[in-house]
Ligand binder design. Sequence first.
Ligand SMILES: Cc1ncc(COP(=O)(O)O)c(C=O)c1O
Length: 357
Amino acid sequence: MEVAKSLQQIPSSYIREILAAACDKNVISLAGGLPDEKTFPIDLMKPTLESLCEMPEVFQYGSTAGYGPLLDYLKGYLLLPDSHSVMVTTGSQQGLDLIARAYVNPGDTVVMEAPSYLGAMQVFGLVQANIATVPQTEFGPDLDKLETCFSEQSPKMFYAVPDFHNPTGVCWSLATRKKVAELCIKYDVALIEDAPYRELRFSGEAVQLVSDFCPQHSIVLRSFSKIGSPGLRVAAVSGKTPYIEPLIKIKQGADLHSSVPMQALLLGLLKHNDFGQHIEAIRTLYKSRYEKLFTELKSQLPDTCIVKPVDGGMFVWVELPECDTFALAKSLLANGVAVVPSPVFYPDPESAGAACG
Ligand SMILES: Cc1ncc(COP(=O)(O)O)c(C=O)c1O
């Protein structure tokens, strides 16, 4: 049977290869955003895991939007106004997929920063979006180029990872956030704000979500994979109610609902008195690992390599003099270290330049 045309144009996912390399215990993986297993808050989940045995109702079919008590909790946790709704998805990756399928027709323009999160390029590629990219600076997207793109291409949405971007680690400045929100309102572009690394800030002050400045023009994806556990596959998608309703419709056809026991487990975790302390502990751990990596890269690489400092998250981006980054990644893997060559983060790898992530 011939696969659908939409799939024929998608190159085989590099994510799968990265995950395979990262799972090899003999490899030091700098390749994917995998949280350290030792940090999973299993002790904090234990009381809920035990009480699930007394909750047969969570093992029944559930509601597509999500487990009621979790949705109620999330409305407060995410400080949602009355005009907004939240739904639960099977990871924020499913949230992205639902957004793409609910809103993007083949040929519609979706804007992203370049480089971009691989999983988002894959999702928008599958719905045959026209992916337009805007270069990223140390403060976020190049604002002049973003405005030109908005005004000339009338995109439907701008997909962005403003907090500790995957793969560059860039965190947008407050001024950039305000300006992007202003542009989204001015040109009527929906902002899709993907924030899985937001809580992993280990230096500097937290900045508001971009969507706080354009709440009627945005959908926010909040993953619990990096601060809880990715295996739970539970994330929250929020936005004004008319933006969320079509997503619930699509999700119904996709999987009826996300696992209710896992949603109940996440709720127990979020409500646990020590959850805040757990986040502090992982921030401290990732900070010390980042400092070690950054210091070693700075001292061991020649001056022609530029290592960009970050204030949080899981990624460090290294710019190299022009070279074959695929050959470099292969040779590093042969030496037990997995990294990702930069061209895979560009919808058009030809435009990737000499950077290497
Ligand atoms: C930017 C970004 N968005 C979404 C995801 C997917 O997260 P989830 O595990 O919630 O599906 C990731 C995972 O690494 C990511 O880096």
